[in-house]
Design a protein around this ligand. Structure first.
Ligand SMILES: O=C(O)CC[C@@H](O)C(=O)O
Ligand SMILES: [Zn+2]
Length: 537
């Protein structure tokens, strides 16, 4: 039964919510490191401390032999190379093994490279000098942003030189009239959001990893996130890029215009190229005005069909103020409760929806939301729910969705699938996978961006289990191709999925990608072993 949706929401009457407490406590996000369970919050400041200690704690996973390609014949780093790097980057050529190690391992601790050096340029000119030198000497390079990727794209596979953008963190300009922000690639997404907040604007993208991920990495992976339904993908919001090509040439496409129809739109090539075609050094991006009124509702549904009907109703009744329509299943809720001690703010249901509205007129928005909720309730599409209009409560409800990834890492080894499908199909993948795996998996969960037709299917096991992996793949990819979906909606292909590209792209398209790679990076030094299948090296 739906009892709320008046101004005094159920959430505001309830005793203090555990997830509100954890969000407010500065120490609550720090978790000790252990492979099986605790990881620091994806976007937390403690993420960096965690990384620094990582080499002492991980079990040194390498990609499974099936996933690991052979090392290509790149040069090995020499003392002479290090001397050169120290000349151009004094104090920013990092060889301390403890510091380098944290950049060798991905956030999931599923891929570990063996690089001996991290370079930290501050300027585009320094990036250009590095690449010119590496290209000449046939040294492979792994461009790295916040290292929050989920497909093994952000870390070296072997001994590639790590080129970190973390010191390229200056905001270059912001135009309050057009809303165009121009900044260096290493700006952390959350810092950009905070800066824009003061200018009465917001970033057009928002991710669970916002506290660590960098805008250059976001663009390089074409990150989707929680606001895509409203503001579209980075292919639309990024107006310009500055990119350093493999040979060190600086490609200046850093336009700030909404419209520019002069020839090929070259920047699009680099959006989602995962650092394989060039190193993004600066970004200009169109930022929306900060909405004056934001509301979040958290609803329960008995079936996925009802959830879809609620989505349809929502699109019709909320229209222009709808800014997110996300979901999680009851298995996700179980993991949130078990591992993060988050409390379900409503009664237990098979499915949960999080709807966000963002608009410019609080009373208009509330009225629309009220009408939608009344209709959803009377037509029995939702069985329970709660609404939040205050910022702290909005954050608490959002954490039920944003922290599922974190909860999963505490459940064991994670197998992650990020699938785009016609929206009415998305949950069938989860039910079919559960049936297919039987009791071989510990958990099989589904959550994600209903509004974008994007489901995050995650499977866990107590420890890394090659037999389980063989049961999941290629089953999941065949299923996706059969239903005309994409095997990567927003996380990219990285190291882990590169050889499955043909499930979503024609052979002509993959071959053309190979030609483009060869043209832009003839020696293949940029992020090798990623994105493109092995036969195209
Ligand atoms: O961990 C995942 O599978 C999804 C992560 C992220 O894309 C999300 O939407 O929360
Ligand atoms: Zn996602």
């Amino acid at each position: 039964m739906l009892r709320v949706f008046q101004r005094t929401s159920r959430l505001s009457r309830a005793p203090r919510h555990p997830c509100i407490q954890s969000a407010a406590s500065p120490t609550a996000q720090f978790l000790p490191v252990d492979l099986q369970s605790p990881l620091p919050v994806w976007g937390s400041a403690q993420f960096k401390v965690f990384c620094q200690n990582l080499h002492k704690e991980t079990d040194g996973h390498r990609p499974s032999p099936a996933a690991a390609p052979e090392r290509r014949p790149f040069s090995r780093l020499s003392g002479e190379d290090l001397d050169y790097f120290r000349t151009i980057l004094p104090g920013r050529t990092i060889t301390d093994p403890d510091l380098v190690e944290s950049s060798n391992v991905d956030w999931l601790k599923s891929v570990r490279g063996s690089s001996e050096v991290v370079l930290r340029p501050q300027t585009t000119e320094e990036v250009s000098q590095i690449l010119r030198y590496c290209n000449k000497g046939n040294l492979a390079v792994n461009p790295q942003g916040g290292n929050t990727g989920l497909v093994g794209g952000s870390v070296p596979v072997y001994d590639e030189i790590i080129l970190s953008t973390s010191l390229m963190n200056n905001i270059l300009s912001f135009d309050n009239i057009s809303g165009v922000l121009t900044c260096q690639a290493g700006c952390v997404l959350e810092n950009l959001s905070q800066f824009l907040e003061e200018q009465d604007h917001i970033m057009p993208l928002d991710l669970g990893a916002k506290g660590s991920c960098q805008i250059g990495g976001n663009v390089a992976t074409n990150a989707g996130g929680l606001r895509l339904l409203r503001y579209g993908s980075l292919h639309g919001t990024v107006l310009g890029l500055e990119v350093v090509l493999a040979g060190g040439q600086v490609l200046d496409c850093l336009a700030t215009l909404r419209k520019d129809n002069t020839g090929y739109d070259l920047k699009q090539l680099f959006i989602g190229s995962e650092g394989t075609l060039g190193v993004i050094t600066a970004v200009s991006i169109l930022c929306p005005r900060k909405p004056k009124s934001v509301n979040v509702v958290f609803l329960g549904c008995e079936t996925f069909e009802q959830l879809l009907r609620a989505f349809q109703l929502c699109r019709g009744m909320l229209g222009e103020i709808l800014s997110a329509f996300e979901f999680l299943d009851s298995e996700c809720m179980r993991l949130l409760k078990t591992h993060l001690k988050l409390t379900n703010p409503i009664s237990d249901c098979p499915f949960y929806i999080l709807i966000e509205t963002s608009g410019s007129d609080p009373s208009h928005d509330e009225q629309k939301l009220h009408n939608f909720l009344e209709e959803a309730m009377t037509s029995l599409l939702v069985s329970d729910g709660t609404v939040a209009t205050e910022e702290s409560k909005i954050k608490a409800l959002w954490s039920m969705r944003e922290r599922v990834t974190e909860a999963l890492t505490h459940d064991g080894f994670n197998y992650k699938y990020d699938i785009s499908l016609p929206v009415e199909q998305i949950y069938h993948l989860v039910t079919d996978m559960r049936q297919h795996l039987g009791n071989r998996a510990k958990s099989v969960v589904g959550y994600g961006h209903v509004g974008d037709g994007n489901i995050h299917l995650n499977v866990t096991s107590a420890a890394r289990d090659p037999a389980l992996l063989a049961a999941i793949e290629p089953f999941v990819y065949e299923w996706t191709a059969r239903h005309h979906g994409s095997i990567s909606a927003e996380h990219g292909l990285g190291l882990k999925k590169r050889n499955y590209i043909h499930y979503s792209k024609s052979s002509q398209a993959v071959a053309l990608m190979g030609h483009i790679k060869t043209m832009l990076d003839p020696k293949g030094i940029l992020n090798p072993y990623k994105t493109l299948p092995d036969h195209l090296r």
